[in-house]
Design a protein around this ligand. Structure first.
Ligand SMILES: *Cc1c(COP(=O)(O)O)cnc(C)c1O
Length: 384
């Protein structure tokens, strides 16, 4: 059996080596390192893939979120509702812009933001909701859009983990994750589902005026050379990263499919096991159905419900199996984001998830013998 990796970037590279090497070499040959034609070409390719009018490339996913919020003209003191159970970048940019983060609880079965909790948190100061499509599947966007319309709020999708996922509305209409709200933000960090070989990010919107504003903000607030109309930032996707991403984008659906295959095998192996709860998809198919494209499994995250999660993490280390605990501390308990308004009884799910979750190795190169070894190790330890 090959050594198990949490994310196998090298194995993936071997399959696209020629395309990637020649794409990088062409940038080296023409020295268009910043704002080269590859950036524009990638932007167009991604717009087409996502079915969105505007993609604005930028430096990383955290910048993408920040720039999206700047573009919407949110003002200090505006309240922005987001999930307690996410990576800190989501809440960090809200705080950096001196907006007021309002953290709310998530659902226990699919880890995404709880609609009733959002509704309870809305006040006259609320200006935006930031759903995070955690671990690779969309939050309940239909309900979020309805709440946003009712209360006149912006919806900013944190799509760092779900690029390529589809969201199906109740009328059957499908839309790509990140293109459903007013604006979406994604990350091309190497381990994300569409990963560059360095940092990268992008903002998506169908709103022409907002797209224009965002294009200025990413470039020092310039709409005309050396005319700075608004305070902006410097956040660029460099041409080498764009070339890598452009070589990888045609493979994204295949990569998502491979992740789903691995998830399906994991879930099958755990079927019927007590104390081991497999991730639920919004369609409730547990990742087992063959047609589902709602989940792209950025992470495959189990809940271990008999108190053995921490033991399993240690046992994995002895067995040569990497794993992750995403996330070990609720954001409302982080020093930087604590707020006297939060009450523990508002976060029963997140408080429990941080003790139960464990993410298994998940990437495009997982082999059957590795999956068998991993699932057997989990079952023997948790239920042995
Ligand atoms: C990775 C990630 C980000 C940040 O992306 P970077 O490119 O690392 O800045 C933001 N939100 C979520 C949910 C993420 O997983």
């Amino acid at each position: 059996m090959k050594k198990i990796q949490m994310v196998d970037l090298d194995g993936q590279y071997q399959g696209i080596k020629e395309q990637v090497n020649s794409a990088i070499a062409s940038i080296l040959e023409n020295s268009t390192f910043i704002n080269g034609p590859e950036v524009k070409a990638f932007q167009g390719d991604l717009e087409e893939y996502l079915g969105v009018k505007h993609v604005i490339p930028c430096g990383n996913g955290t910048d993408a979120l920040q720039i999206a919020m700047m573009g919407l003209g949110l003002k200090p003191g505006d309240e922005v509702i987001t999930a307690d159970f996410t990576f800190a970048a989501t809440v960090e940019v809200i705080a950096l812009l001196q907006l007021t983060p309002v953290l709310v609880d998530v659902y226990p079965d699919n880890f995404n933001i709880d609609i009733a909790a959002i509704e309870r948190a809305i006040t006259p100061k609320t200006r935006a909701i930031v759903p995070v499509h955690l671990f690779g599947q969309c939050a309940n966007m239909e309900a979020i859009l309805a709440l946003a319309e009712k209360h006149n709020l912006f919806v900013i999708e944190d799509n760092a983990q779900a690029i390529g996922a589809n969201y199906t509305f109740s009328d059957g209409k499908k839309q790509k994750a990140g293109t459903i709200g007013h604006v979406g933000a994604t990350s091309f960090f190497p381990s994300k589902n569409l990963g560059a070989y360095g940092d990268g990010g992008a903002i998506f919107t169908n709103d022409d005026a907002l797209a224009h504003t965002l294009k200025g903000i990413v470039n020092h607030g310039m709409y005309e050379r050396y005319h700075h109309d608004v305070v902006g930032v410097n956040s660029r996707l460099d041409s080498i990263q764009a070339a890598v991403l452009r070589a990888k984008l045609p493979k994204l659906d295949e990569y998502c499919g491979k992740r789903r295959d691995a998830a399906r095998k994991y879930s099958k192996a755990f079927k019927g096991q007590e104390n081991i709860v497999v991730p639920k998809t919004v369609n409730d198919c547990e990742g087992i159905c063959d047609t589902c494209d709602c989940h792209v499994f950025h992470q495959y995250t189990l809940k271990i419900t008999n108190g053995k999660r921490d033991g399993l993490v240690k046992h994995f280390a002895e067995k040569g199996i990497p794993c992750g605990v995403y996330y070990p501390i609720p954001l409302h308990k982080q020093k930087a984001y604590a707020d006297s308004r939060y009450r523990e009884e508002d976060f029963p799910v997140t408080n429990q998830l941080v003790q139960q979750v464990i993410s298994l190795p998940m990437h495009t190169e997982l082999e059957d013998d590795q999956i068998e070894y991993i699932t057997k190790t989990v079952i023997d330890f948790v239920n042995g």
